[in-house]
Ligand binder design. Structure first.
Ligand code: LFR
Length: 485
């Protein structure tokens, strides 16, 4: 009676979770019922995800969820963007999806740019150039032997929704990251498909957040214990789109950082801003929920720390991040700052050595200890956050009164404090589970458990949250400001 529980399947590049999102008197509560690791591995000559095992974890999570919450209303799925699986005519996955960190696009970027110039690409899609944008990945793949078998390209959250329901769709916020989507008309770009020689119906039909994909198959109902009538609802299936929904802002003068494996830094706008300046600054105009525009840039992320930790653990004893961060925080200001967005950091392996090389190559002091390397990454992230917020505000002609940091990185006190100091703006940290919350809130609205625009949703969310606030201190803006501007 009156219990309103929604299931969010939220899978990031380094971990996934199945979350119960509960609408209660205050706001929304999340209960993580299942957590599992994710990562890329080398297989058949490429870095790949293992969607088959991720889907097994999803089912395990849904089983755990129904055991605890028998009355789940619906399910929403979000994952990282740009990657896709290829299905044959019988709907079978042809191979495990290649991961965006694979280098396969190196060989085709120039070719694609020759048939559809970078400027024209940006004019159509408003998308920042990233070497792994879907159109480059498809260009690399279409010459492979298996291409003749391909019936559909399916973005990864849509693939999971397909396995749950048997229904094939392409959710629009994630479609906006392909480079084949028109940012202004918010539909596929026939010109882009044509230029690349891709069939116009390669991707399944579009669906918008809030619409229903379908009900779960009988097989999934049996395996998970969910009622056969349970619906899968389209949410902002691009994880960043869901995270932005759950930025707990009280007005619209906010900037956000969705801080996870990547840091997505920017503003929410009503219309795309596609100019030579925004192109030069490599700002993207990704599609948000309710037709909003996520005007942002991909800034490097916790990936550099995750990969450093992985390296150090494989060298010997397990290394604890909170311990290193505490030590890093005690180091003096003014250490080396690297360009965290350099493409040389995209691939896995040997991260500490690459960070040291970046310092050496830019004639800075080379960090030696683990704490120094961690401090270098955190300083560089904070510089990237402060600079990108200022740049986004300038490009969009907007004022920003606060920066919200959501996602895992909001727990990093040093990062939050440095961002406040360098930007001269208050930083509001939280929630950690923004992506799952954004996923849940869109489902809750589709079910009628909450009504209104994103501002209304955020107001309800905010009522149930305690945010940590960091006021800028002027001491530090002096010490590092030359690097932030
Ligand atoms: C964050 C994210 C970014 C996207 C990157 C690759 O998880 O979705 O928004 O650029 O992963 O898909």
């Amino acid at each position: 009676t009156g219990s309103t529980v929604f299931a969010a399947i939220d899978i990031g590049a380094s971990s996934g979770r199945v979350v119960a999102g509960i609408r209660d008197g205050q706001g929304f509560r999340t209960d993580i019922v299942h957590r599992f690791p994710n990562g890329v591995r080398q297989a058949d000559g490429h870095l790949r995800w293992n969607l088959t095992s991720l889907f097994a974890e999803v089912q395990k999570g849904l089983r755990a969820l129904t055991a605890r919450y028998p009355d789940v209303i619906s399910i929403g799925v979000d994952t990282w963007a740009v990657d896709y699986g290829l299905l044959d005519a019988a709907g079978r996955l042809i191979a495990e999806p290649v991961a965006y960190r694979d280098s396969r696009t190196d060989a085709v970027i120039a070719e694609v740019d020759a048939v559809l110039g970078r400027e024209r690409q940006y004019e159509i899609s408003g998308l920042q150039f990233l070497p792994f944008n879907t159109l480059y990945q498809l260009a690399a793949e279409r010459t492979a032997a298996h291409w003749t078998q391909v019936a559909h390209a399916v973005l990864l959250p849509d693939l999971i929704a397909y396995w749950l329901t048997g229904e094939l769709r392409t959710e629009a916020t994630n479609a906006s990251t392909t480079g084949l989507f028109d940012a202004r008309s918010r539909s596929w770009s026939a010109e882009a498909f044509d230029a690349l020689g891709l069939p116009p119906d390669l991707f399944p039909a579009l669906i918008r957040p809030g619409e229903t994909v379908g009900t779960i198959t009988d097989e999934i109902a049996v395996r998970t214990g969910l009622p056969a009538t349970t619906a899968v609802v389209a949410v902002g299936t691009h994880d960043t789109a869901s995270a932005v929904v759950a930025v707990p802002a009280l007005d619209r003068e906010f900037a956000y950082v969705s801080s996870g494996t990547w840091s997505l830094v920017g503003l929410e706008l009503d219309e795309p801003v596609i100019t030579t300046d925004t192109r030069a600054a490599n700002f993207t105009n990704e599609g948000g929920v309710d037709g909003r525009v996520r005007f942002l840039r991909n800034v490097g992320g916790l990936w550099l720390l995750q990969e450093s930790l992985r390296q150090w653990s494989s060298d010997g004893a397990e290394q604890d991040l909170s311990d290193l961060l505490a030590k890093a925080g005690e180091l003096p200001d003014g250490g080396p700052v690297i360009d965290i967005d350099d493409p040389s950091f995209i691939a896995p392996d040997d991260m500490p050595a690459r960070i040291q090389a970046a310092c050496r190559d830019s004639s800075q002091r080379v960090p030696q200890t683990r704490a120094e390397i961690v401090r270098c990454v955190v300083d560089s992230l904070a510089v990237g956050y402060a600079r990108t917020v200022a740049e986004g505000a300038r490009l969009a002609g907007r004022t920003v009164s606060a920066i919200h940091i959501v996602g895992g990185g909001c727990q990093n006190v040093l990062l939050c404090r440095l961002t406040a100091d360098l930007s001269g703006l208050p930083v509001l940290a939280g929630p950690v589970e923004a992506t799952a919350l954004g996923n849940v809130m869109v489902q809750a609205r589709a079910a009628g458990a909450i009504t209104g625009d994103l501002e209304a949703l955020r107001a309800v969310e905010r009522a149930g949250l305690t945010l940590r606030e960091y006021q800028p201190s002027s001491d530090r803006s002096g010490a590092l400001s030359s690097k932030a501007r």
